[in-house]
Design a protein. Structure first.
Length: 256
């Protein structure tokens, strides 16, 4: 079995593959003050919850955008499962061509998403990842990463708005019944949900213009399932895109 870990700024997504089958997906909060032993204990408890014994895991692959956690998690994996995790970066996945000023600075999450999109969807392609930040990665017909757009995530934007506006309070991120809000809660929800959907539509149009061809668009991330249904263009939602990308990378590099 393969343990796949995607470490984001807000959540750590954890999945286990048995062969090509993803057995489960779960998340735990990213908590930088947590120590190595605490991560080891938390991951061990999660796997036991799904009836997976320590001896069944014989490989691990890890991507992280939180550098101070990468080493702690890698040590936790080594301690519990006695395997060396393959740590994803632009340098460790050289087959992904990156057309940026400094290619090696592409984030591990963007590397994983691009690898998955290149393997699973027709190029050119746009990968939307909606987490603490919302990112759009453009891949050309050859599967090369041509560039990235980074925007504050929906939750991040909502927190910033309500913390700096005295008369606005936080609301649940759900779509209101109409665009023109009839109370403060609906007004904020409209801006967050419909406004973000329109922004994604517009950015995809501009990225297509730069790539010079229509693009297949795939979205992942915690809030993508809420926003994507309100976009005008066709966008495929994949909750497991990054885990699938980790599995693809492992198949190429991890078993050597």
């Amino acid at each position: 079995m393969l343990l796949a870990l995607d470490v984001g700024n807000t959540n750590i997504t954890l999945g286990v593959y048995e062969g090509e089958k993803l057995l489960f997906v779960t998340r735990m909060a990213t908590n930088p003050p947590r120590m190595e032993d605490e991560y080891a204990s938390a991951m061990l408890s999660i796997l036991h919850l799904y009836n997976i014994h320590t001896s069944q895991v014989n490989g691990a692959v890890l991507s992280s955008v939180v550098p101070r956690l990468t080493d702690d998690l890698a040590r936790a994996v080594r301690r519990v499962w006695k395997v060396e995790p393959f740590i994803v970066s632009a340098q460790s996945v050289p087959e992904l061509k990156v057309k940026r000023d400094v290619p090696n600075t592409l984030g591990a999450d963007l590397v994983v998403g691009a690898v998955a999109a290149k393997a699973m969807y027709h190029g050119p392609c746009i990968v939307i990842d909606m987490g603490t930040a919302t990112t759009l990665t453009g891949l050309n017909a050859d599967g090369e990463v041509c560039g990235v757009v980074i925007i504050p995530g929906v939750g991040t934007s909502l927190d910033a708005l309500t913390s700096r506006a005295a008369q606005l309070s936080s609301v649940s991120l759900t779509a209101p019944p109409q665009v023109l809000g009839r109370n403060t809660m609906e007004c904020i929800q409209s801006g967050m949900v419909f406004g973000t959907a329109c922004m994604l539509d517009g950015l995809c149009d501009r990225i297509e213009g730069e790539l010079g061809a229509p693009c297949e668009v795939v979205a992942t991330g915690g809030l993508a399932g809420l926003i994507v249904p309100h976009c005008s263009r066709k966008i495929t939602f994949s909750d497991t895109l990054l885990l699938d990308g980790l599995k693809i990378i492992w198949d190429v590099h991890g078993e050597k």
